[in-house]
Design a protein around this ligand. Structure first.
Ligand SMILES: Nc1nc2c(ncn2[C@@H]2O[C@H](COP(=O)(O)OP(=O)(O)OP(=O)(O)O)[C@@H](O)[C@H]2O)c(=O)[nH]1
Ligand SMILES: [Zn+2]
Length: 287
């Protein structure tokens, strides 16, 4: 296997190798080049296995939380408590796709309310949507299937049930859930390093930081590129009458026609419009 960083703390990096975990420093050259090694980085070590000599090319890298080479982002939404915002979910999904990460929507609290709204919003979107039922275990295998052979992370609003899900998948991690922390009266938002764990034949990057994965920061996708991160536009967007169609008001827009025919969901299209407007208002220096 290619060694990778599982965690970085105070200038030390913990690197998973075939021989176990190696505690390493990073060569000074990285700082000179302005590169910070992060969890998920694939690395080459020196012969003594105590120094990171090389960081292999990254598939992607996130700043907050710091993690590299993500394959899958689970976007967790609850049917209620809190009620989901499709705009927030769509921004997360678009941002993931923009950074070459596969978004997977996971719906919790199906025992408290029906998932009709989310099902309607995402049917035909091209985004996987998994409904969880903890009483029967339904949906868990599908989540495990996405974890296998991938590096994954979880995001979603506070209280949607991320910790509960991670505990169901990997009971050994024994993550603190809302219910428990309230009982113990602990502060919720203590900072913790990203740490990568091997579970279900894959890896998860565990961090409370992903809870607040900032959609504002994430969402700086140029308006011209937005159509590419809405997979359901794909079959239509080349068929618009005008080259460079923004799919808003132009005549002969094949995307809007698909919307009218019910082939594209209204909430997804609304999110596209909202994100387009936001992107159009960004000043050059903000991009
Ligand atoms: N009824 C029901 N309750 C759930 C379900 N999933 C999670 N909960 C409850 O929802 C509350 C919040 O769950 P957590 O797992 O702590 O949520 P979280 O997303 O990790 O929250 P943060 O740590 O604040 O980001 C807890 O009381 C859970 O027991 C579910 O599918 N059904
Ligand atoms: Zn169009």
């Amino acid at each position: 296997m290619t060694p990778y960083i599982t965690k970085g703390v105070g200038g030390f990096y913990y690197v998973r190798t075939d021989d176990g975990i190696a505690e390493c420093r990073a060569r000074g050259i990285f700082r000179k080049r302005g590169i910070t090694p992060v969890a998920g980085d694939q690395v080459q070590l020196n012969a003594d296995a105590n120094m990171i000599d090389e960081i292999l090319p990254r598939k992607n890298v996130f700043v907050r939380p710091p993690v590299a080479n993500l394959d899958v982002l689970f976007i967790v939404a609850s049917t209620t408590q809190p009620v989901p915002s499709t705009l927030v979910l769509d921004k997360l999904a678009a941002s993931a796709l923009y950074q070459n990460v596969q978004p997977v929507l996971v719906v919790t609290k199906t025992d408290l309310a029906a998932a009709d709204m989310l099902r309607k919003a995402y049917t035909g979107s091209g985004l996987p949507l998994i409904l969880l039922h903890y009483d029967t275990g339904e949906g868990l295998d599908e989540v495990r299937g996405w974890i296998k052979d991938h590096l994954c992370a979880f995001c979603g609003n506070s209280g949607v049930g991320k910790s509960t899900l991670i505990n169901a998948l990997a009971p050994d991690l024994d993550r603190e859930t809302g219910a428990i922390s309230k009982k113990l009266g602990r502060g919720r938002h203590t900072t913790r390093e990203v740490e990568i764990f091997e579970v279900c034949g894959g890896r998860i990057a565990d961090t409370p930081g992903f809870a607040s994965l900032e959609t504002q920061r994430l969402c700086r996708i140029p308006k011209e590129e937005l159509e590419q991160v809405f997979p359901e536009f794909e079959p239509y967007r080349q068929q618009c009458r005008f080259v460079g169609c923004s799919h808003r008001t132009e005549k002969g827009c094949a995307v809007r026609k698909a919307l009218e025919e019910g082939k594209i969901s209204q909430t997804r299209y609304d999110s596209y419009l909202a994100m387009y407007e936001e992107a159009a208002q960004l000043k050059d220096w903000e991009k």
